[in-house]
Design a protein around this ligand. Structure first.
Ligand code: BT5
Length: 268
């Protein structure tokens, strides 16, 4: 396995340019899932923006209980987001999280990352990163959300070859290890910037940024919802919270991203 330096908490704190995100920062050698650690801290009153990073996760998870393999060398982090987040910003989190990651990877490394609705980051048509959002409500009120980000960074994807979908890593794309601290500080700034835009009712700006980097349009997708399945051609975004899918029957269905259980794309 490729040797990789440990993530330096001091370097991240020194380089950080955010107002809240990452100001409270935990870097662990190993944990079950950074979402678990962040959730425990949030329950005990952790502030908005607390960020938990681990070198390695033993029980990393994706959506729908899927396993997320998290060897040393990756970027595995979770951010606690609470009162500073509007409901719109909360509903858009999987997408704004993926957009923040894609923008960072493109500006820092020029890897041509693209966002695939609802929560994937692809490069060269292969999955490079994923986002997992989990939330906790207090009675009727939203208490906090956890934005979990996993990026296959400084390890060859062959290390986790049991992954069942075409995937890739930054090491495979760039050819040498990347600075994870630099990527993490930029991702935190991007997440904060995009969430502020959405919370201040400027989500149309985020949609524009997204449209430059999105790669779902024109693809055939099957979306599973509580009310059943919808299959058709992904026809674009309707604001940040909704997408359109054109079905074979000639209808254009509008789907709320927050209602999506899963989305499967037909292989090209
Ligand atoms: C995701 O799930 O894409 C969300 C992944 C979020 C992981 C982060 S790491 C920090 C935080 N703590 C956690 O425990 N989780 C979050 P999903 O959409 O279900 O995608 C899973 C699919 O992605 C798999 O079935 C594989 O096909 C593919 N994949 C690509 N890279 C992978 C990797 N490193 N491990 C597992 N699956 C991977």
């Amino acid at each position: 396995m490729q040797a990789t330096q440990h993530i330096s908490r001091e370097t991240i704190l020194r380089e950080l340019r955010t107002k809240f995100l990452g100001k409270s920062l935990v870097v662990l050698e190993k944990c079950s899932s950074t979402n678990d650690v962040a959730s425990d801290s949030a329950r005990h009153g952790a502030p908005h923006g607390l960020t938990v990073i681990a070198e390695e996760q033993t029980a990393g998870r994706g959506r729908l209980g899927r396993r997320w393999l998290s060897p040393k060398g990756g970027i595995w982090l979770s951010i606690v987001l609470r009162d500073a987040l509007s409901i719109d910003a909360y509903n858009s989190l999987p997408l704004t999280g993926a957009l923040a990651v894609a923008r960072t990877l493109n500006s820092s490394l020029g890897v041509g990352a693209r966002v695939r609705w609802p929560n994937d980051v692809l490069a060269s048509g292969r999955k490079l990163a994923g986002v997992l959002v989990e939330a906790k409500s207090k009675g009727d009120e939203f208490d906090y959300a956890l934005l979990g980000v996993g990026i296959n960074a400084n390890f060859p994807i062959s290390l986790i070859e049991e992954v069942d979908q075409e995937s890739t890593s930054l090491l495979d794309l760039v050819g040498s290890p990347v600075s994870r601290e630099a990527l993490i500080t930029t991702i935190l700034s991007e997440v904060e910037y995009l969430n502020e835009l959405v919370s201040s009712k400027h989500s149309e700006v985020v949609v524009k940024l997204l449209e430059r980097l999105e790669c779902s349009r024109g693809k055939i997708v099957t979306v599973r919802l509580q009310r059943g399945e919808i299959s058709g051609v992904f026809d674009g975004y309707d604001g940040l919270a909704k997408v359109r899918v054109a079905t074979r029957e000639g209808n254009v269905e509008t789907i709320n991203t927050s209602a999506v259980i899963s989305a499967e794309y037909r292989k090209a």
